[in-house]
Ligand binder design. Structure first.
Ligand SMILES: [Zn+2]
Length: 92
């Protein structure tokens, strides 16, 4: 069974966000509150804030992240699959 995560902690203690759509990994940031990446250190990325222990349908927990490329597609009106099931569409 695949376990989905929304960010990874690196051996140096920094954290990288993982795009919930394409799985792209962000550059690393210092961990913020709850140990999650800091969105303001990640240019072009967006985050949907969730409580750290919130469990999503795909098994991942906490805030979700969207990379700049996927944000562009969402803004253009495209619906993008979420890793592990489901779809996301930005309502404009
Ligand atoms: Zn992406």
């Amino acid at each position: 069974m695949t376990v989905y995560v929304n960010y990874v902690t690196l051996h140096n203690g920094r954290v990288s966000a993982i795009c919930e759509h394409c799985g792209k990994r962000s550059k690393s940031t210092t961990p913020g509150q709850d140990g999650e990446p800091r969105m303001w250190e990640l240019s072009g990325w967006s985050s949907a804030p969730y409580p750290h222990d919130f469990k999503h349908d795909n098994g991942s927990t906490g805030s979700t992240w969207t990379c700049p490329a996927c944000n562009k597609r969402l803004r253009a009106g495209e619906a993008l699959p979420i890793r592990g099931g489901g779809w996301a569409r930005q309502i404009v």
